[in-house]
Design a protein around this ligand. Structure first.
Ligand code: G3H
Ligand code: 13P
Ligand code: ZN
Length: 333
């Protein structure tokens, strides 16, 4: 099966009233974990790579592994998405490589840290939309900024999305999906107590969705940072401090109000790290990477499959055939 454009995948999710997890990858085992979880739960899948992931993996390796995934799992519609593209050049290189979707994150300047002006964001996002749609590729934009600097993405300051600006932004850029800032941040250290309506502005999602019902909303920083994953790491010598993530029930509430793409990276990292620590601690004589990478892959698959069920995408893999990008180009035209 060919890779699917994000637009088609999210249009289907909207029609079926479910959300789709977008899981970050940096290597073969993570791609395998997602594709196996998708197969286990019969889910459509979004695999996403940050700039850092592309640099770590190497573009040629990455696209070859994703083409292999599409070939090996013909029953799974899978989108390959550029996460947090920092410039039109980054997005265009992803499109030229074969990504079926890109995020132009113009909420920040090209350094990925400094908040960008609204007009800058509109200009770079529109530029990417023109390039992408002419090739059948989908575009996610972002308005507002998340908190958190742990992973090098983000300004460290939270600026919630302004609904009036969201309407103008979508009209002027033509994005397929819009990432909204509602108080989440990237990384493991999101909240120092379970987040309530004081810290997580779920009502903003409802308002933006009411005003922009056709636009697919995206929640970044959506790892739930479950205590059992932290405990596993710490039981085997790790030192992760007490922390809280985004409760799955909040994400499910978002999905009821137009959230279609849910970005998760940290939970996969935690799951894999706990498994690696466990194997190496239980078997200190072990030195075959397959021993701990097998367990790491299994742990990520479990976490991803659980999210796929929770987000409602399970059971929907067979609902539709991916349109070739040529056909999507005609749709956009
Ligand atoms: O949004 C950030 C993702 O978790 C990717 O993080 O830039 O460390 O690959 P990264
Ligand atoms: P988490 O750090 O919460 O997993 O967020 C990932 C993300 O938003 C990737 O763009
Ligand atoms: Zn993000």
């Amino acid at each position: 099966m060919a890779m699917v454009a994000l637009r088609q995948l999210l249009d289907e999710a909207a029609a079926g009233a479910y959300g789709v997890g977008a899981f970050n990858v940096n290597n073969l085992e993570q791609i395998q974990a997602i594709m196996e979880a998708a197969t286990e739960t019969e889910s459509p899948a979004i695999v996403q790579a940050s700039r850092g992931a592309r640099a770590y993996t190497n573009d040629v390796f990455l696209i070859a592994m994703m083409r292999a995934a599409a070939e090996l799992y013909p029953g799974i519609p899978v989108a390959l998405h550029q996460d947090h593209g920092n410039s039109p050049e980054t997005c265009m290189s992803a499109i030229d490589l074969g990504f079926t979707s890109v995020m132009m994150d113009g909420s920040l300047l090209a350094d990925g840290k400094t908040p960008g002006e609204f007009e800058y964001n509109v200009r770079v996002t529109r530029e990417v939309v023109e390039y992408a749609h002419a090739r059948g590729v989908s575009v996610e934009g972002e308005l507002g900024t998340l908190g958190g600097l742990e992973d090098g993405v983000g300004s460290g300051e939270i600026h919630l999305t302004d609904p009036d600006q969201a309407v103008e932004f979508v009209e002027r850029t033509g994005v397929d999906a819009l990432a909204v800032a509602i108080g989440t941040s990237h990384g493991a250290y999101k909240f120092t107590r379970p987040p309530d309506s004081e810290v997580l502005a779920m009502d903003l999602i409802e308002e933006i969705h009411e005003r922009l019902p056709e636009v697919h909303l995206v929640m970044h920083g959506s790892s739930s940072v479950p205590a059992h994953l932290i405990d596993e790491i710490n039981r085997y010598g790790g030192e992760i401090k007490q922390t809280w993530g985004v409760p799955v029930e909040e994400i499910q509430q978002g999905i009821r109000h137009g959230v279609r793409k849910v970005n998760v990276d940290t939970d996969s990292r935690l799951a894999m790290t706990g498994a690696v620590r466990r194997v190496l601690s239980d078997s200190p004589e072990e030195f075959d990477p397959r021993s701990y990478l097998t367990e790491a892959r299994k742990a990520m698959q479990e976490t991803v499959a659980e999210r796929m069920r929770q987000f409602g995408q399970a059971g929907h893999a067979g609902d539709y055939e991916p349109k070739p990008l040529d056909e999507m180009r005609a749709v956009y035209a």
